[in-house]
Design a binder for this molecule. Structure first.
Ligand code: NAD
Ligand code: ZN
Length: 447
């Protein structure tokens, strides 16, 4: 029998517990009886913990066995979504058809409305020019584009995901501008604000159309490809969120030109991750081009971003698990520790840097386990170093806090712990337990 009993407010009160409407007070036990609930985390009145609730009258009239029948209408829901993903250069150049093309599938586009959200980092780096160019492109696009009703600046970086504030701003503007499900939210920025604005779009009217224009390397080579939106809560990454397929993703390489070096380079950790899992030839290209990529040579960096995006996209589309119902999540290779390092650092370590560190940890662990050869581990270290990513972090010294990340990761995915490890370049596989002593050894070396 469940230890939690929730019933209508009209049931008779008992001697202790809550007077809150709609919640049955407890007959016995207390909040502290529950091993799962600690008072500090849980500022609400207990519903009922401890002794099972008894009612003076039966809550449900007992049926005789002939009435206990179930009608089974089980069905399979098959969903088909278009996932429009385009890479271009200078989407707001009036001669570039890319912007009109992404909206071109809707014959009533002239009647639609759009509200645009721009990452404040991008806005500052372009001294507001990005907003002017967006406005000019929509004006010139006339009836081939939706009517752009407002442009709003959104704080960039992880702060965008720290509270419900950004999704709430999206909700308010969707309401204010009467953005219907056929109309658009346009988000232009880094992965964090795309996640937060995307979540606001996903919950407005249960989903208005979202057009993402990612403006960081990481957002173009990974984050914007996915169908995930969300914000952080309880100090945990992506605790709140929704799966929703965007209406379109338009990646513009011009947007990357104003990125600070560290943000630019950090995004290539996701390219290393996907190359290690799925494409040894791509990994060899990264090895060869890493120094040029770190010095922002677009001739090699932009194709690498596109290849990484394509591999992420193919996994999401063809991998058979776009909404992550399975326990295995290969795209989260290196991420159990990465997410933990981000939250341990109060999000001062960027996601890209944390993924690089998380990859180093899991590759060294694979090496210590005897799965990954010394030579392959040395290649992986070398490519991460040549890309200019951090190679160690003091927070690795806090083993206990780090290892708690594995449990958090398991809880987020559901089911049993499933972490990707490496047998060689292009050969990831799943494990269901971690040898804590070896994780500690790998972490000590990286601290
Ligand atoms: N939804 C997904 O599937 C998915 C996948 C991977 C990562 N993510 C999330 O993405 C986030 C990380 O995204 P990120 O690496 O893009 O970093 P970010 O969004 O935190 O942005 C980093 C910094 O760059 C600034 N910025 C953005 N574009 C700029 C530009 N063109 N010029 C100058 N400054 C600019 C931002 O204002 C911010 O200060 C994390 O929250 C991560 O969890 C989501
Ligand atoms: Zn990631």
């Amino acid at each position: 029998m469940s230890r939690w009993h929730v019933g209508p407010a009209a049931k008779p009160p008992t001697q202790q517990g809550s007077n809150r409407p709609g919640i049955l007070p407890c007959q016995g036990g207390s909040l502290s009886d529950s091993p799962k609930v600690r008072a500090n985390d849980y500022p609400f009145d207990p519903i009922c913990v401890g002794q099972p609730q008894t009612f003076p009258e039966p809550f449900v009239q007992r049926a005789d066995s002939s009435q206990l029948q179930t009608t089974n209408l089980d069905s399979e829901v098959r969903l088909g979504f278009a996932h429009r993903v385009r890479f271009t250069r200078d989407a707001f150049d009036l001669a570039n058809p890319a912007l009109r093309d992404v909206f071109g599938g809707d014959s009533d586009i002239a009647t639609r409305r759009a509200v645009a959200f721009i990452d404040s980092g991008l806005l500052q780096a372009t001294e507001g020019e990005i907003a002017n160019r967006l406005r000019a492109a929509f004006t010139a696009g006339g009836r081939s584009l939706p009517q752009l009703v407002e442009i709003v600046a959104i704080p960039g970086g992880e702060t965008a995901k720290e509270s419900h504030e950004i999704p709430d701003i999206v909700l308010q503007l969707v309401n204010h501008h009467k953005i219907c499900r056929k109309s658009f939210v346009i988000a232009i920025g880094g992965g964090a604000m795309l996640d937060a604005v995307g979540y606001g779009a996903a919950i407005s009217h249960r989903g208005v159309r979202l057009v993402r224009m990612p403006s960081t390397v990481l957002a173009q080579d990974d984050a914007a490809m996915g169908v995930k939106n969300g914000i952080n809560r309880f100090g945990k990454k992506n605790f709140v969120g929704a799966f929703a397929v965007p209406y379109a993703v338009l990646c513009d390489e011009v947007l990357l030109e104003t990125l600070p070096d560290a943000v630019y380079r950090a995004g290539f950790s996701e390219a290393v991750k996907i190359a290690l899992l799925k494409d040894p030839a791509f990994f060899e290209r990264l090895e060869r081009d890493a120094a040029r990529i770190a010095s922002r040579d677009g001739a090699v960096a932009n194709p690498a971003i596109r290849r990484s995006a394509e591999l992420h996209l193919r996994h999401i589309i063809d991998g058979g698990d776009p909404f992550e119902a399975n326990e295995a999540r290969p795209l989260d290779f290196g991420h159990w520790a990465a997410h933990r390092l981000e939250s341990m650092s109060a999000f001062s370590i960027s996601h890209g840097d944390a993924v690089g560190l998380g990859l180093l940890l899991d590759c060294r662990y694979s090496n210590l386990k005897g799965w990954l050869s010394d030579a392959d581990f040395a290649r992986i270290r070398a490519v991460i170093a040549a890309l200019g990513l951090p190679m160690r972090h003091a927070l690795f010294a806090d083993h206990a806090a780090l290892l708690a990340g594995a449990d958090e990761f398991r809880e987020h995915l559901g089911g049993k712990l499933t972490v990707t490890m490496l047998r060689g370049v292009g050969h990831g596989f799943e494990v269901h337990e971690l040898d804590h002593a070896l994780v500690r050894q790998a972490a000590v070396e990286l601290s």
